[in-house]
Design a protein around this ligand. Structure first.
Ligand SMILES: Nc1ncnc2c1ncn2[C@@H]1O[C@H](COP(=O)(O)OP(=O)(O)OP(=O)(O)O)[C@@H](O)[C@H]1O
Ligand SMILES: [Mg+2]
Length: 265
């Protein structure tokens, strides 16, 4: 039995389109991201890259958790600086490591995701979350800290969806999960994207992530080294050499210069 219903009504509140121009961000004097330019279109975008590349830093900068330079436009409007205002514009982050409240129940954790709306609306969204994630309804009163890693990740995603986001950002949602749970989680992110919430996901499962994503960016040492449609990235030599440990596929020698191919920076 699948854990989720076929549609996500939560979050279907309009497509977010993010334009990032010349973004820089870091920690104190340590600049991690330099002059990053990318576009998060409606659908599912995946950010790939080795450890320390700056993937988490990018999500933190877009969430207002660390200061940023450059221009970020959400549907044509400048993104606010403060996290609370960014959340109010419809951007939600599922951070690495889930960050649930372990001593609170599943229901209580979910309710926190709807803190911006009134009680009646929050109750409605909670009901919707239980429809979207039926397994969580069975576990409504269980303490979050006693759930399995995969279950906790479901709670974290459901909690983020409680804010009915236009843009859902996920930092390595499948980290530490068994292959079947990874598949379920990626299927859920695909469904969320299909029902109208733009998804920006950082993933280490390169092959699986590119299989569900529409587009991808590859980050290395704070700069972009490749971008393009997921299907093309999956076949690109940059990705294969760096992450899949496979010999490059025998693609035609001109494929890297055609406009629809992944762009190598
Ligand atoms: N709070 C911090 N203070 C100082 N440096 C930091 C901090 N957080 C991250 N960094 C540094 O910033 C760089 C990018 O880190 P980041 O966490 O964005 O990488 P990542 O791509 O998410 O890596 P991973 O795949 O391991 O999660 C690294 O060199 C890291 O050591
Ligand atoms: Mg990270």
């Amino acid at each position: 039995m699948m854990w989720y219903a076929p549609s996500f009504v939560l979050g279907a509140s309009g497509h977010a389109h993010l334009k990032v121009q010349g973004l820089s961000a870091g920690y104190g004097a340590f600049l991690v991201l330099r002059d990053l330019t990318l576009e998060i279109k409606p659908g599912l975008t995946v950010i790939l890259g080795p450890n320390g590349a700056g993937k988490t830093t990018l999500l933190k900068a877009l969430s207002g958790l660390i200061p940023r330079g450059g221009e970020v436009l959400l549907n044509g409007q400048a993104l606010p600086v403060k996290t609370s205002e960014i959340v109010q514009r419809g951007m939600a982050l599922v951070a690495e490591g889930r960050q649930l409240f372990p001593q609170m129940t599943v229901t209580e954790n979910l309710e926190l995701g709807g803190w911006l709306v009134g009680k009646a609306e929050r109750t409605r969204r909670l009901e919707q979350a239980f429809t979207d994630f039926p397994k969580l309804r069975e576990r409504a009163q269980q303490l979050a800290g006693t759930m399995s890693g995969g279950e906790q990740q479901m709670v974290a995603v459901a909690r983020a969806m409680m804010s009915a986001p236009r843009l859902l950002m996920l930092d390595e949602p499948s980290l530490g999960l068994a292959p079947r749970m990874v598949d379920e989680l990626l299927a859920i992110t695909r469904r969320i994207a299909d029902s109208g919430t733009t998804v920006l996901m950082v993933e280490q499962n390169v092959k699986k992530a590119l299989a569900v994503a529409d587009r991808g960016y590859v980050l290395e040492r704070g700069t972009l080294v490749a971008s393009g449609p997921a299907a093309l990235l999956a076949r690109s030599t940059v990705i294969r050499e760096a992450y899949l440990g496979a010999a490059p596929a025998p693609v035609s020698s001109t494929s890297n210069s055609t406009p629809s191919s992944p762009v190598r920076a």
